[in-house]
Structures are given as C-alpha cells and as structure tokens.
Design a protein around this ligand. Structure first.
Ligand code: GAP
Length: 497
C-alpha cells in the first residue's frame, strides 16, 4: 500500500526547519515564487542532477552533454516560436487588480457575497455553485467583487537588455527552456563529435518563466531548473515495426518513469497523461506528461514530446545555416525528428521529498523520517559520540568523520543525547549513523582497552550492528553500492538500541 502523501504545509515547514528550502529574500518579506535551496536542499538537488547525468549521459553510448549560455541571440526566440506563441491567456480583476490564468481561474476556490443570505461571505470550492443561491463564479475569485477583463495573451518570457544601453536593439530574453541551446548547437555537436543517429544531447540548467499564477511551493516557480534531452532520430527508419520517432517516443516515456521509480518514487503515484490536440504546443506531434500525485492532486511532473523536425527546420530557415544530417544509407541529407524528455529539477525534488516522507510510531513516540534512496540522501553518514565529555570519544568520532567524508558526505553532531541525534538524522534522511562509545575507546582509568568497534545504525529498520573501525570503508563501500543492508548486517553481531 502507498504511504500517505504529506500536506504541502507539512513539507514546507520541514524544508525550512531543516535547511532544505527557504523563501527567497525572506528578510525583505520574500520574493513571489522564488525559493532558495539551503544546505541540505542543495545536496539533494545536486544528487538528483548527478544521478540523472550519470544515468542518461555518462552511461549511454548514444548521448553527449552540453552547457549552453542562458542569454542567447534574440533571433533564436523568434525562430523557435516563443516570441509569438509562448503565451498564456490572462484575465485581470478590475477591482483588486489581481491577475489569473484564464484557463485556470475555475480551478481555485472563489469568494462569494451571497444575495440569498443578505450578502454573507462564503468561500466556495473550485468549480462548485453556491448552495444558497445557486450562483456560479463570474467575478474575481479572490475579492469576490471585481469583474474580470476579457482574456489577453501574455508572453511568459522575461525580457532583459544586453549591453549598457536599454534600447530595443539590445533586447533579449532569459531562456524559458534549455532546449533551444541544444538545437542551435546541433551542427557544432555533429561536426565535433561525429555521432550517428539516433543520438541525444542533454543539458541541465536554469530557465525563467514569468508565470501568471506561480505557487504551490516549488511546484510552479519563475526561476526553474530543467534537465532536458533532445534525442534525434531518423524518421525514415523503422523501429519495432513503426516509424523510429514514434517507437523512440514510447521508449523514452518508459525510461523516464523507470528513472523516478529507481530512486524511490512509488509507481502507484505516477501516471501518464496524453495531451489532446488542443493542448499540444506549437511544435509537438504528440506529448505525454508523467503525472505525480502531489498534495495539490495529480499534476505534471515532466513532459515527453515528439517535436518532429520543427525546431531544426525553423532555425535553419531563420539563420540560413544547414542543420541536416547525412543519411549514409540513403545518400541524402535529412532533418532528424526529435524526442524530448524534459525533466523539471524542482518538481523532481518535490516528488522525491514527498515520496520519502513518513510519520511512524516508535515505542510510543512519533518519528518523522525521510526514506531517501541512498544516492539522493543529502547526508550519507552521521558520526555521533555517545558521550561528548570524553575527549577520546570525541577525537575518535572526529577522525572517523574526516576519514569517511573523503568518499561520502558525512557530518559530526554532539549537540544532544543519542536518541535525539538519531531522530534528527532520520528527519533529514541520513541512511546511516555511526556511534562511538566507551567500549570503542576503552577506559584508561580502569585500565580497560577499547574494542576498536563502532555501532552502525540503519535508518529504515533502525537495526544496529557492531563493526570494527578497520572494516568501515569496505562496509560503507558495499552499503552505498548495490548491496542491501540485510546482506551486510548478517556478518556482524547486533548491537542493542
Ligand atoms: N522544452 C520543453 C519544455 O520546457 P514544459 O512542459 O514547458 O516543456 C518541462 O516544461 C518541465 O519543466 C515541466 O514538466 C516541469 O517539470 C518543469 N517546469 C516547467 N515550468 C515550470 C515552472 N514554472 N516551475 C517549475 N517547474 C517547471
């Protein structure tokens, strides 16, 4: 059975309290829809990007990487269609001046002054009618008084000026997707790396969208990060008895979902959504979204589009440069089709956190634990002294942390009693704690020698084993790899909790 999803409020509070995510510029009252990743948040985010890059670029023969600049020639955005078509319909309240996306205004609860109850104020659930007077929403959902303007198209790209003069000639945009940096470098990659179709180019980087209604924590932000792949295929070839672009599209849909599951997302919380003809972007032949069961309901986690040859042809036409591939078999120049798995880093971060979150009862106490996959966990090992008043224990713990930190992110903490230290590490998802105690170092005064062993505690089972210090690198080498805790633990005596 799936674990219950925590509410967004619970997660936001944990993120702030434990250093994952802070509101941007909080001391000045915050910046709408911008968030800062704190000391543990940046570790988690880096881990997500690192495993993505390793799995989809470094381990594959048919992929290469790229890091294009955020500021590009403004002609890129004209050719790509973003200047004319990267818009959302927007409506404004004539009273309170709030702005809404016209296509989402019925998806929010609305304020109503009901004439059937002498103008009493009610908040009515999204899309429902007033139970007293039967009215449906026509006015502003926020103030309940103002009329809404007719929808107008609003371009989501942030404008900026390149160089010292603010004039139209120096106008450019912050990129709203990383994809275009890949398309404009298609020929550079082709000439320098000589890849054969099918092959992909991957990129991780920031993108910016002036969203009309950002919100739901880091779900919809104005400064986001994407991990995108443009996978080029020969549309004249057949694969699995179908045109190659269609077959590769389905392969990428399966691979993308499997990636989330591999790093801990419950498959029951994922589903696919096929875009209807009216929802397709201007460049797409078919788009499928991977949806995740967020606390706000089923919502887009990522998208996988078949962009056809639209972008390469548009850039070729606008720049006058050939962006084709020579098909040796048919002895002809072709424009490849492109399949685009587009992962959002912020939404992946949110999904991995939500899925890891558990509230459990342990001996009558509540424990909050983030059951992160070990590769995603911000801290891998916490080294804890059982008694901080014993200098030998503290020195041994510090030395061990330094040794383990050469390979794995490790921390030292002595600011509370051991039970509390374990709970703190559970709450940030640290998979292993190492405890140094009196038995480890011995007791000089009593003439007792130490046994040179420490206790390793595993986060999910809370089992503890007693391991010689000399074995630690080998033991953690196995635990951080593919070996299960139970397989490693069986070789060592259990320690009492
Ligand atoms: N290159 C294709 C593209 O950008 P998209 O569906 O607009 O397609 C891809 O965006 C992914 O980027 C989304 O599925 C989501 O994960 C992430 N994303 C897009 N806009 C976002 C926003 N405002 N805040 C957070 N993530 C966003």
């Amino acid at each position: 059975m799936s674990a219950p999803t925590p509410s967004m409020d619970v997660l936001v509070s944990l993120c702030k309290r434990r250093g994952f995510v802070f509101q941007s510029s909080e001391i000045y009252g915050g910046t709408g829809s911008c968030w800062d990743f704190g000391p543990l948040g940046i570790e988690l985010k880096n881990n997500i990007k690192r495993v993505w890059w390793r799995d989809f670029v470094q381990q594959r023969m048919d992929m290469v990487g790229l890091d294009a600049s955020i500021l590009m020639h403004p002609a890129v955005w004209k050719a790509s269609g973003h200047v004319d078509q990267f818009t959302d319909p927007m409506v404004d309240c004539r009273e309170c001046k709030l702005r809404f996306r016209a296509d989402q205004v019925d998806e929010i609860p609305w304020l109503h002054f009901c004439p059937a109850t002498k103008g009493n104020k009610f908040t009515i659930p999204a899309g429902e009618a007033c139970t007293h007077c039967g009215a449906t929403r026509t006015l502003c959902p926020d103030c309940g008084k103002g009329e809404l303007t007719a929808p107008r198209q609003f371009n989501l790209m942030f404008k900026t000026f390149m160089g010292p003069v603010e004039e139209d000639a120096s106008l450019t945009y912050l990129r709203p997707e990383t994809a275009q940096g890949i398309f404009v470098n298609f020929d550079n990659v082709l000439q320098s790396m000589r890849p054969k179709l099918p092959f992909g180019i991957a990129q991780i980087g920031k993108a910016f969208r002036n969203e009309i209604t950002p919100g739901n924590f880091i779900f919809r932000v104005r400064e986001l990060e994407q991990m995108e792949i443009e996978f080029f295929v020969n549309p004249h070839e057949q694969l699995d008895g179908r045109p190659a672009d269609e077959a590769w599209h389905d392969r990428w849909i399966a691979d993308a979902q499997a990636w989330y599951v591999r790093y801990g997302v419950d498959p029951a919380k994922l589903k696919l959504k096929e875009h209807g003809k009216d929802e397709l972007s201007h460049y797409s032949k078919r788009t499928v979204d991977v949806m995740y069961h967020f606390p706000i309901g089923w919502s887009e986690l990522m998208g996988i589009a078949n962009r056809t040859d639209y972008d390469l042809k548009q850039h070729s036409k606008a720049s006058g440069k050939s962006l084709t591939y020579f098909d040796e078999e048919r002895k002809e120049h072709i424009t490849p089709f492109v399949i685009e798995p587009s992962f959002g880093v912020d939404r992946a971060f949110l999904a991995f956190m939500l899925d890891a979150y558990r509230e459990e009862e342990v001996r009558g106490d509540k424990r909050v634990v983030l059951r992160f996959h070990r590769e995603l966990a911000p801290i891998k090992i916490a080294v804890l002294p059982l008694l901080k008043k014993r200098p030998e224990i503290v020195a041994t713990a510090h030395a061990l942390r330094g040794r383990l930190a050469r390979q794995w992110r490790s921390v030292y903490d002595d600011t509370a009693a051991i039970g509390r230290l374990y709970r703190r590490q559970d709450e940030v998802g640290t998979p292993y704690c190492v405890t140094v105690d009196v038995k480890t170092v011995g007791d000089h005064d009593k003439g007792e020698a130490g046994d040179g062993k420490v206790t390793i505690r595993e986060r999910d089972s809370m089992e503890q084993i007693r391991v010689p210090v000399a074995d630690l690198d080998a033991v953690f080498g196995r635990l951080m790899g593919e070996t299960a805790w139970s397989e490693v633990a069986v070789a060592y005596p259990r320690a009492e909790g």
